[in-house]
Design a protein around this ligand. Structure first.
Ligand SMILES: N[C@@H](CCC(=O)N[C@@H](CS)C(=O)NCC(=O)O)C(=O)O
Length: 221
């Protein structure tokens, strides 16, 4: 058997990078991890992701794949013989999964930044409102299911769960409790954390908090 080359280039705190780690671990794919210093980007990054110059980038047999959701779909297709399958085979369910992953992708990260970027109380309150609106919509999509993917982690689970390690930061800056507002979603997140793939891939929430505090100082210099 020809040995496959699978390399993940990412940054430790990246929720987008965590998505890829979870997907690789769920499928049991061995990979090499390369940490990219985002404060001093390598010229290598611009060769593997010339369009965005961002992480994560997956390199599979010397070819790079960019954008986390695109990478997860790629992993699902390139290793389609391995379970779990992240995207459902039914076209409607498949399009729904893509819809929710895209919704999370486009809205949650940007809304959350308003909570911790220290731009005044009004901004924080708007951020909180937006984050809770998004989380409540997503929670109602989960319904009574164990995971968005049913019995297994699926595309939407993998898209969303990395943000769980940021809940502590959002709650501390915003002085609110996500568990009080979205108890079923937090119960889902705790279920996800029982999976080795997730527990191994999410950074420590306290480390994320310290990192964001230090980033704020950096931005306000
Ligand atoms: N839409 C991209 C987002 C990637 C992204 O924003 N990566 C951040 C790290 S969390 C990055 O590389 N930032 C460096 C920069 O913006 O220069 C994805 O899903 O992969």
């Amino acid at each position: 058997m020809v040995k496959e080359e699978v390399v993940l280039v990412s940054f430790w705190s990246s929720p987008f990078g965590s998505r890829v780690k979870i997907a690789l671990e769920e499928k049991g794919i061995h990979y090499e991890y390369k940490e990219e210093d985002l404060f001093n980007k390598s010229s290598y990054l611009s060769t593997i992701n010339p369009v965005h110059n961002k992480v994560p980038v997956l390199i599979h047999n010397h070819r790079s794949i960019c954008e986390s959701l695109n990478i997860i779909e790629y992993i699902d297709e390139a290793w389609s013989d391995r379970s779990p399958q992240f995207l459902p085979s039914d076209p409607h369910q498949r399009s729904q999964a893509r819809f929710w992953a895209d919704f999370i992708d486009k809205q949650l990260y940007e809304a959350s930044k308003k909570i911790y970027r220290e731009k005044g109380e009004e901004q924080v309150n708007n951020g909180k409102k937006e984050v809770l609106r998004i989380l409540k919509l997503v929670e109602s999509e989960l319904g009574e299911k164990a995971f968005f993917g049913g019995d297994n982690l699926g595309f939407v689970d993998i898209s969303l769960i990395p943000f769980y390690s940021r809940f502590y930061t959002w709650e501390t800056f915003g002085k609110f409790s996500i568990e009080e507002e979205c108890p079923n979603l937090v119960a889902w997140a705790k279920r996800c954390m029982q999976k080795q793939s997730v527990a191994n891939s999410l950074p420590d929430p306290l480390k994320i908090y310290d990192f964001i505090v230090s980033l704020n100082k950096y931005y306000h210099k």
